[in-house]
Ligand binder design. Structure first.
Ligand code: ATP
Ligand code: MG
Length: 738
């Protein structure tokens, strides 16, 4: 029995051992698995993104949500408004185009009808019936012009011709002959009388020509007048009916009277210039029309001599033939002007060359116009900010000033002009960029840049490229100025850039040599000074009584090897109110814009500079002059004392702060802040090469943490002692941060 019990106990013990050992083994096996699973889970959970915590919207979030929605709504509204404007503009253009088309069709139709009617027996008979009356009218009008008198003095006789489409009555011829003989007898001359009585081109009626003056009462002239009147009519009407009414009124307004004009003829044509005969009373700058060309062509009188007239031709002169007729139009050469020209690239005669369609401007101004008189002007007082530190601080420009930009080729002349245009955004200044004799690609890239910076909205580009004729290059700056004057006399501020006047002088020299004018220094004609002075004199600041508008001119002159004492540079320097002199050496050494501070001046701009800038920059010029002096002295490696070293280091930093990239104009108050900071040693810990970092940090820090001080500087007022003190302490604080 005990043995039996002993066996059972043994068995139970065995079972217990097996259980304990087995459990440990199993636990071990599973723990290994579990750890591996856990590891995998860990890895997987790391790879997964953190689940976002759901945050139920709180009341203030609701506000921000609303604000975001409103913002989105505003953006969409603006887009819609833009689209609407675009649509309206396009439909307006379409409407005008269609009106114009219908008008030219109508004019054609009217002309056909008129021609048909005027050729009818009935009409021609009525003209014949009026023969006596017309002869009376003509005889009451005839007189000798100063030109005729001059001719008479020389030749003793004057040609008189009577042209008619049908044989006139003998009595009529006799009366006219007698009257003209009498007219000449009174001044001691005789007539050479000629009758042409089958001139078919006249269709009906007759014309009398005494010397160069024509007294015309023919169907041909009537048709010409009708066509001119209808074609010149501006398209401003809103509907077709209105246009028709206007046309009717225009036709009604044409006076049926003897038309008096002067005729001449072409003696010779070459290189965009022609010599004319006749037109004895014509004046310099007047417009003439070439009558026998397939397309309408115009010219402008450039030279008046006793026996012939020099005239430059707009357009393709190949179409003009010797002995073709020229009509005096009795008005000066004009160019279209107006708001419609903004944002466009046009030729000097006002034709669009940017492929954006017709220019709907109805206003014109003569390209040559007298400059405002002295009582109508006032001194410059409002700054024209270029946004370029080296200019606004040292050679400030005022609205109405003429500041020359002069320098060798590729020294950044154009860049300064373009940056200045870009800086006029939202400043209510209209800009006109006149390109003279430049490559078309250069002009295209300038236009592209202006467009990129949103500057084309207020800019017109007048382009006469190097491939254009000398005549077009010659009138380009005058046309640009006329476009500016339109705004100036309306009381607005205009900035005009002539890029460049050296090429303009060359174009004028070419014209003058072709016109056989005696050449003077450097083969330029003697009146080249007068040419540029009468151009630049038109830029002015008008007095408040005269509207207060202004034209600020930035002419550009290219020098050869920095020679500012050549003929054209000295001329334009003496005409303008100062110059910005750009130097190749500076440009190549990386000092851009390469303004030579010593040779650049602004004679009147100082009074337009903001008080703040004046205060800040007062010591800059002398400081820089001192620096240049020391720098040239020490460049041979002489031992220098501590004070000199310090002046040199500050000077270098000053030069560095005047460097500026293109297309980065900055507001005046920021310029003033930077210059003040650098000249007061705030940048002393910075290497001159690192000044740009300093500028950025300083401006960021000031705009973010010194709002009241910034607002104070923005006023442009002179800093009071307190402001200065708080600016100094702010700079000290900034110095500790760095
Ligand atoms: P041109 O005699 O051919 O008319 P220009 O004197 O008008 O030349 P720009 O065409 O303005 O000179 O500039 C010449 C080159 O210098 C351009 O490539 C322009 O990008 C560069 N440049 C001008 N100003 C700066 C500037 N401030 N910083 C850097 N580069 C500049
Ligand atoms: Mg240039």
């Amino acid at each position: 029995m005990p043995r039996f019990i002993f066996t059972i106990i043994n068995f139970l013990l065995l079972l217990l051992i097996i259980y304990l050992v087995g459990r440990k083994m199993i636990v071990n096996i599973f723990r290994g698995r579990k750890e591996r699973i856990n590891q995998s889970l860990d890895i997987a959970s790391q790879a997964l993104p953190e689940p976002e915590e759901y945050d139920p919207p709180k009341p203030e979030d609701d506000e921000s949500h609303k604000a975001a929605l409103e913002e989105e709504l505003a953006i969409r509204k603006k887009k819609l408004a833009d689209l609407k404007v675009k649509f309206e503009n396009e439909s307006e253009t379409l409407r005008r185009e269609s009106l114009l088309n219908s008008r030219s069709n109508l004019v054609q139709l009217t002309m056909d009808k008129a021609r048909e009617y005027m050729k009818s027996e009935e009409f021609l008979q009525s003209m014949k019936d009026q023969e006596d009356k017309v002869a009376d009218r003509i005889l009451s009008l005839i007189k000798l012009t100063p030109g005729d008198m001059m001719y008479l003095e020389k030749k003793g006789k004057l040609y008189v011709s009577l042209f008619s489409s049908y044989p006139l009555k003998l009595t009529t011829i006799g009366r006219i002959h007698q009257a003209t003989d009498k007219l000449l007898e009174d001044v001691g001359g005789i007539t050479s009388f000629r009758i042409v009585d089958d001139e078919e081109g006249l269709i009906g009626g007759f014309r009398l020509r005494i010397g160069d003056t024509v007294y015309d009462y023919t169907v041909k002239d009537r048709l010409y007048m009708l066509q001119e009147a209808l074609n010149d009519m501006p398209i401003k009407e809103t509907t077709f009916e209105n246009m028709l009414n206007k046309m009717r009124k225009t036709v009604d307004k044409i006076k049926i009277d003897v038309d008096i004009f002067q005729l001449g003829r072409v003696l010779s044509v070459s290189d965009g210039i022609c010599w004319l005969d006749g037109l004895a009373d014509i004046m310099y700058g007047e417009l003439v029309e070439f009558l026998d060309t397939p397309k309408k062509m115009y010219g402008m009188v450039m030279d008046v001599q006793p026996d012939r007239i020099g005239c430059m031709i707009f357009g393709k002169f190949q179409h003009i033939e010797t002995y073709s007729r020229v009509r005096r139009l009795g008005r000066m050469a004009e160019t279209p002007v107006g708001e419609e020209l903004l944002g466009r690239v046009i030729s000097p005669t006002g034709e669009p060359i940017d492929g954006k369609g017709r220019i709907w401007s109805h206003d014109t101004r003569p390209i040559e116009f007298a400059a405002p008189a002295i009582p109508d002007r006032q001194p410059v007082k409002v700054p024209l900010e270029t946004g370029i530190k080296a200019i606004d601080a040292l050679v400030p420009i005022g609205r109405g000033q003429r500041e020359l930009i002069i320098g060798d080729r590729q020294t950044g002349k154009t860049s300064i002009a373009v940056d200045t245009i870009i800086n006029q955004k939202d400043k209510d200044v209209i800009c006109i960029y006149v390109a003279i004799g430049q490559k078309e690609t250069t002009v295209a890239s300038i236009v592209e840049q202006l467009e990129k910076y949103g500057a084309m909205d207020y800019t017109t580009v007048v382009c006469s490229s190097a491939s254009d004729s000398a005549s077009l290059q010659y009138i380009a700056p005058f046309a640009g100025t006329a476009m500016g004057e339109y705004f100036m006399y309306k009381g607005k501020d205009v900035l005009i850039i002539y890029d460049d006047l050296s090429k303009h002088a060359i174009a004028y020299r070419e014209l003058s040599l072709l016109l056989h004018r005696p050449s003077g220094r450097e083969a330029y004609p003697g009146d080249i000074f007068y040419l540029h002075s009468r151009l630049l004199e038109r830029s002015a600041k008008l007095s408040d009584e005269a509207g207060g508008g202004s034209i600020t001119a930035l002419p550009i002159i290219e020098t050869l090897a920095g020679d500012i004492s050549a003929y054209i540079p000295t001329n334009v320097i003496s005409i303008t109110d100062g110059q910005i002199f750009l130097e190749s050496d500076l440009f190549n050494s990386g000092q851009r814009p390469a303004v030579n501070v010593g040779l650049s001046v602004s004679r009147v701009g100082g009074s337009a500079q903001t008080k703040l800038m004046k205060q800040v920059a007062s010591n800059l010029r002398t400081g820089l002059a001192q620096y240049r002096e020391y720098a040239s002295f020490t460049q041979f490696g002489a031992d220098i004392d501590e004070a000199t070293r310090k002046t040199l280091a500050t000077g270098e930093r000053m030069m560095a702060v005047l460097r500026q990239d293109r297309f980065m104009p900055i507001p005046t108050w920021e310029q003033a802040l930077l210059i003040y900071a650098v000249s007061n040693g705030a940048a002393d810990n910075y290497d001159p090469g690192k000044i740009r970092d300093f500028e950025k940090k300083l401006l960021d820090w000031f705009t973010s943490s010194q709002k009241p001080l910034c607002d104070e500087l923005k006023t442009g007022m002179k800093m009071s002692k307190e402001v200065k003190a708080s600016l100094d302490s702010a700079l000290a604080e900034f110095g500790k941060l760095a």
